[in-house]
Structures are given as structure tokens and as C-alpha cells.
Design a protein around this ligand. Structure first.
Ligand SMILES: Nc1ncnc2c1ncn2[C@@H]1O[C@H](COP(=O)(O)OP(=O)(O)OP(=O)(O)O)[C@@H](O)[C@H]1O
Length: 674
């Protein structure tokens, strides 16, 4: 097979030839909210040259052109810019649905930074208090989005901070509030401080700072961005949203509705992103048409919400939880449900046009051989191999290393891998030093690596959403890419049904000659032998570690008991208590780090305490596999969660029957920990 070529179709357009174009058009009917039936359609090929973006701060334009090397805004970026009036309009909240890799991050980052830059023109040090909050489900994703904001913010001298457990809570707190922590968030120009203007956060750390960082509050917030919305609205993330809304909502909608009513306006009226009357007037005078009444300043601030996903939920109950204000639905034709491949019957699944999709039928016994053959054919290209479990990810990683002439070219990426190792693995893959990344689902949603040519679904995805997000790691930003799904006979029926639901009939069959596969068998046999040895060594190391931990725990218990006895005897409770508190705090922080490591645990997902940190992570990832995609949007009924995942979800790993494939793990948590 030949490598995918770059420079395919422009991003943002739906896959397939028949997608309607143009402004507003009715979306597919169904149990959706009325405003979703009238999307503001993103037209394929409707990118706008950076120099022609109306109202764009010159410093941002320069950063885009010279810093990022972007000559035009992609269609979804142009559409969000237009419908948010470059970030200056508070008339509507926006729900954005566009394919993976279409540039949704910049679509929201640019208008909100542009709006903040306009807030205090000529300021040398930014606004200095929190105006923009961006929430993402995982720390890796948050770090990626932070990297998009950073150059934009630097260009206009705003401060952006990351709150995603990449550093200690104290270090983050210093970035978030600067010197404001000691004076309750005040200080600085006009009540501003030297804290961050923009914060990119995971729910876990956001909640931790809301509770424990003095001076960190959302009371000056003007934009709330919820990226990967469907995932962040899942049950395991329930806690952060009400907490945030409670801080930003009180009373504001009432006043705005009243104003709109008084003006006889509806959703399309106007607003000036709720910056207060003076700031609003300032915007009104700056924005073309604003002074003539297009942009109307509200007397009270309002937080504009932008919610984004490639697989945006349509579940009215879920969307309702966001308390959206006159929402508008900005979507590609496919995502809006107006036909075209990749668009589901509800218009939920939108794939890049530049993606080629294949399926490869093979028995469980031949799956490892087929994988080796594909990777052999694509040597030198960057490929991601997806599995359906943490254990299978690890085993495939070990197997591919064992069989490869260049073992360092294979890296593992899952929540089971400690954060630093995972970051290093991703960095090697990004730089091209590693060519094959073996991954599980939970950590890869939204991951942006520029040159990925191939995605291989070693285990067939069970849900259409999973398929979309996996496939979406390639064919990004208009580049070509391909996805190949290995299918056993028993996977076929469900897979076909899943694609039918997603209205996707674009898969072609890929065939590998049997003799080609058989030729790889000796190499595989050697690799499997090595795999067994490696796994046995890991199990032994794991056992040893568990024993050590148990001993340490007993020692700690003993010393704590001794300490308490001493305290009583010497009647000096304060010294001992201080030490105990410190130990307790350290343990608490450790636990929190571990919990925030995995997305599903960020908001306190209810997973059992048994089995320690690794098992909890594994459980969370399993939840992702099951619950992330069966979110009540037609794939398991409303409220479907991990428990609602079809049984086959747990049966897609290669069968050990033949002895050829890596066997299923015996325990979930037994893995190495360096
Ligand atoms: N205007 C542009 N010109 C060129 N490249 C761009 C432009 N905007 C974004 N990109 C690039 O497109 C890639 C995809 O962007 P991004 O990660 O925002 O996609 P996405 O729509 O959020 O995808 P996903 O749904 O998978 O999260 C990134 O590598 C980004 O640098």
C-alpha cells in the first residue's frame, strides 16, 4: 500500500459528495432541541485568509501568519469567528460540531483571546484576572490546548495558565492567582491582579483550586469553553459543571432576558460579551456596526459559553445541564445531520473528507500477523494501533518491540503508563523518533499529532463515537490518512450495524494474501516467546512491589500508633499532629495526583478502592470504553453507562485459542510500575 498523500481536502467539510452547502438549512429531524434543527452550517472550502478576518487584532494576525504559519482560517474557525463576532458578541452561546482535526481548538481560542485583547487596549500586562476558562477531560489534552493558547496570549500580553496536575497544586496556584491569593483576588489595575487571564483546566484540578486556592474565583469570567463536551457531560464528570455554573450564573440570565424582552429582542439581538456597560460601549464602538446598534452592551456581565466536540451530544437532558443562553448550533453539514458520509441519522458522526477507511477480515489467530504485515508495509510512516483494553495495549506494545528491528520506534500510550513516561512516549512519537504508538481509547481523544498516516483498529471499536475519535487521529488539518479495522467473523455483524447507524458506507475491503501472513509466522513465534518472558518478569516485579508496599504500610501504621502513644504520654499534641497532618496531606496529594491522572476519575468516578491506583485507573479506562460512547444517543438508550455496554465490548480482544495471539490478561491491575 502506498502512503497517504498530504494536501488532500480542506478540513471542515463533511465526508462524501452530497453534503448541502450554505448558511442555514434544516438538519435531520429527531428528538433534538429546536435550535439544533436549524444549524448555522459550516461550508466546506469556506476558509478565510488571515488578512481578511474582520476585527482580528493585528498582533494575533501576525502570530497566526508568522508564528503558527497559518495563512487562512479553516472553515469552522471562520464560522465561529463570524457567529461570535470575533468574540465580541454575547448574543448567543455556541455549540460547535465539526470533524476531528478540523481546527476546533483555534476556532474558540482565537475569538476569546481576541475579545480579551480588546478589553483593555494598550495594557502592558493583560487583564490579570480570570476571564476565560477552558475545561478538558484529560491532562494531556489540557496541555495540548494550553499550547495553542500560549502563543496567542503572549502575542497580546495576556497570561494563560494550565491547571491540569502537570505540576504541584501550589505551583499551579501561583500561576492562577499570582499575588492575588493574599488579597482575595483584588489588586492590580482596576481590580485586576497579576493572575492568569485564561485558564485551561481539567475538572479535577479546577475543583481543587476552586476549593483550596485563595483568590481563585470565576466571578470575572466572561467565557466558558467546554471542549470534548460529550465526554465532559458524562456521569463520571458530574460534579464540576454545577459547581462552575453556581459561580457564574447567579441572576445573570434573568437580567439579560429582561433586557432582551424590553428590547423586544430574541436570540439574535446583541450583546457585547457581557463586559459591563463601559467595556461594552468600548466594544460597541470598536466593532463594525456596533455603534449603530448591532452590538448592544448589557448592563450586567454575562458568561458566554462555547461548547465543542466532533461528536457533540444531542441529548436534550444533557445539553440542558449546560444552561445555554440562546444557543446557536454551528456545524458542518454532516455533523448537522444533513447527509453526507460519516453523518449519523442524527447527524452525530462526522469524519474528515480526507480519510480513507478500510476493513480487513481475519481470524483471531491471524490478527497479530495482519498487524505485523500492515506495519511492515508502512515502515517509516507514523501509525497508531488501537486496542480495547489497557492490558492488550501493553501486550501488543511488548510484542511489537520484540518483533521489531528498531524496538525504540514503538511506544505505549495508555493511562496505565505513568504520566512522565507517557509524555515522553508522545514526544517521541510527535518528533518522529517513534513510528508506532500503541494506544488505548481513553487517552487519545483529541490528541493532535501532525504526521499520523495510519490508524489501525487492532480491536474493533464497539461504538461509532469510538470509531470516529480513533480514526480522527489521522487525516487531520486536511491531510490524507487511512484507518484500517481488523475484524473477526464474530465482530462483523455488530460492526456493520454500528456503521449503518452512523450512516457510514465508505469502508473498502483490504486483503492480505495468506502466504504473506504465513511468512511472518516465525518472527511472531519468537516475539511471543519473548512476550511471555517479559510478562513473567513483570508479574514477579509487581509481586515484589506489592509485598514492599504492604510492609511499608504496616511500618507506617506501627509508627503512627507509636506516635499517638508518645503524644499522649508527653502531652505535646501539636508537634506530632503537625507531622501527622503533613503525612496525611502528602498522601492525599499523592492520591489526588493518581486520581487526576485518569480522566474518568477526575470528577470522582465511583470506582472501587480495592486494587490500588493502577486498578482504579484501569477501571476508569474501562468505563471510557463502555460509557464514553454509549451515552444515550441511540447506542444503548438514555443513561447508558459502562454497565450498559454491549457484552461484545469485552470480547473483542484476540482469542488465545490458537496460541498465536497475545492472551487475555489474568488480572486488571497486575502491571509494572517504575
Ligand atoms: N488555520 C489553520 N491552518 C493550518 N493548520 C491549522 C489551522 N488551524 C488548526 N490547524 C491545525 O490543525 C490540526 C487540528 O486542529 P485541532 O486539534 O484543533 O482539531 P480538532 O478539530 O480539535 O480535532 P479533534 O476533534 O480531534 O480534537 C492541528 O495540528 C492544528 O495545528
Amino acid at each position: 500500500m502506498t502512503a497517504p498523500q498530504s494536501g488532500g481536502a480542506p478540513p471542515g467539510g463533511p465526508k462524501g459528495p452530497s453534503a448541502p452547502q450554505g448558511g442555514q438549512a434544516p438538519a435531520a429531524t429527531g428528538p433534538v432541541l429546536p435550535w439544533m434543527r436549524v444549524p448555522l452550517t459550516v461550508q466546506a472550502g469556506s476558509g478565510v485568509p488571515v488578512g481578511k478576518v474582520l476585527g482580528l487584532d493585528a498582533r494575533l494576525a501576525s502570530e497566526l501568519r508568522t508564528g503558527s504559519g497559518f495563512s487562512e482560517l479553516f472553515p469552522v474557525q471562520a464560522a465561529v469567528w463570524q457567529h461570535s463576532a470575533g468574540g465580541l458578541s454575547a448574543a448567543n452561546d455556541l455549540c460547535v460540531a465539526a470533524p476531528t482535526g478540523s481546527g476546533k481548538t483555534l476556532a474558540y481560542a482565537l475569538p476569546v483571546v481576541n475579545a480579551l485583547a480588546a478589553l483593555l487596549p494598550g495594557s502592558a500586562a493583560g487583564v490579570g484576572r480570570l476571564r476565560v476558562l477552558v475545561v478538558l477531560p484529560t491532562r494531556d489534552l489540557a496541555a495540548q490546548v494550553y499550547d495553542v493558547f500560549r502563543p496567542l496570549c503572549e502575542a497580546v500580553q495576556l497570561r494563560v495558565a494550565l491547571a491540569a496536575a502537570r505540576s504541584s497544586e501550589a505551583a499551579e496556584a501561583a500561576q492562577l492567582v499570582g499575588g492575588a491569593s493574599s488579597c482575595g483576588g483584588g489588586g492590580g489595575r482596576g481590580g485586576g491582579g497579576d493572575g492568569a487571564d485564561v485558564v485551561v483546566a481539567t475538572p479535577g484540578r479546577l475543583m481543587a483550586h476552586l476549593s483550596g486556592t485563595p483568590g481563585f474565583s470565576l466571578r470575572h469570567l466572561r467565557f466558558l469553553v467546554v471542549d470534548e463536551t460529550d465526554r465532559l457531560l458524562r456521569q463520571s464528570y458530574q460534579e464540576w459543571l454545577p459547581r462552575v455554573l453556581a459561580q457564574i450564573e447567579p441572576g445573570q440570565h434573568q437580567q439579560q432576558h429582561q433586557q432582551l424582552l424590553l428590547r423586544g429582542g430574541g436570540g439574535g439581538g446583541g450583546g457585547s460579551m457581557g463586559l459591563g456597560a463601559a467595556e461594552g460601549e468600548h466594544f460597541a464602538s470598536r466593532w463594525p456596526g456596533g455603534s449603530s446598534g448591532t452590538v448592544l452592551p448589557f448592563a450586567q456581565p454575562r458568561v458566554v459559553k462555547i461548547v465543542v466536540s466532533a461528536t457533540l451530544t444531542r441529548d436534550p437532558a444533557k445539553l440542558q445541564r449546560l444552561a445555554l443562553y440562546h444557543p446557536r448550533f454551528v456545524a458542518t453539514a454532516a455533523a448537522a445531520g444533513m447527509g453526507g458520509a460519516g453523518a449519523g441519522a442524527g447527524g452525530r458522526y462526522s469524519l474528515p473528507r480526507s480519510l480513507s477507511e478500510y476493513r480487513l477480515l481475519c481470524s483471531a489467530a491471524r490478527k497479530p500477523l495482519a498487524l505485523l504485515a500492515l506495519l511492515h508495509d508502512w515502515a517509516g510512516q507514523s501509525s497508531i494501533v488501537f486496542t480495547s483494553s489497557l492490558e492488550m495495549t501493553h501486550k501488543l506494545f511488548l510484542m511489537l518491540r520484540a518483533v521489531s528491528d528498531l524496538p525504540d520506534e514503538v511506544v505505549e500510550y495508555s493511562s496505565m503508563v505513568p504520566t512522565k513516561e507517557r509524555a515522553a512516549a508522545l514526544e517521541r512519537f510527535r518528533s518522529g523518533a517513534a513510528k508506532v504508538l500503541v494506544a488505548s481509547d481513553a487517552m487519545t481523544r483529541g490528541m493532535d499529532v501532525e504526521h499520523v498516516a495510519n490508524v489501525i483498529n487492532y480491536d474493533a471499536p464497539v461504538y461509532a463515537k469510538t470509531y470516529v475519535h480513533r480514526a480522527g487521529r489521522t487525516a487531520r488539518a486536511g491531510k490524507c490518512g487511512r484507518v484500517v479495522t481488523l475484524l473477526r467473523d464474530e465482530d462483523m455483524r455488530h460492526f456493520k450495524a454500528m456503521l449503518r447507524k452512523a450512516d457510514n458506507n465508505f469502508l473498502r475491503d483490504l486483503k492480505l494474501p495468506p502466504e504473506r501472513l504465513e511468512g511472518l509466522r516465525p518472527a511472531l513465534a519468537g516475539a511471543l516467546q519473548q512476550l511471555e518472558e517479559l510478562l513473567a518478569a513483570e508479574r514477579a516485579a509487581d509481586k515484589q512491589m506489592t509485598q514492599q508496599q504492604q510492609q511499608q504500610q504496616q511500618q507506617r501504621k506501627g509508627s503512627k500508633h507509636q506516635q499517638e502513644t508518645n503524644q499522649k504520654q508527653t502531652q505535646q499534641p501539636s508537634a506530632g499532629k503537625g507531622q501527622g497532618q503533613r503525612q496525611g496531606k502528602e498522601r492525599e496529594e499523592e492520591l489526588q495526583e493518581g486520581e487526576e491522572e485518569e480522566a474518568g476519575l477526575e470528577a470522582g468516578a465511583a470506582v472501587g478502592k480495592v486494587g490500588g491506583k493502577r486498578r482504579r485507573r484501569a477501571a476508569a479506562e474501562k468505563e471510557e470504553e463502555g460509557a464514553a460512547d454509549g451515552d444515550g444517543e441511540g447506542e444503548g438508550g438514555a443513561g447508558a453507562g459502562a454497565g450498559a455496554a454491549p457484552k461484545r465490548a469485552r470480547g473483542v480482544a484476540p482469542s488465545p485459542a490458537s496460541g498465536d495471539a497475545p492472551s487475555r490478561p489474568d488480572t486488571a491491575g497486575k502491571r509494572r510500575k517504575k
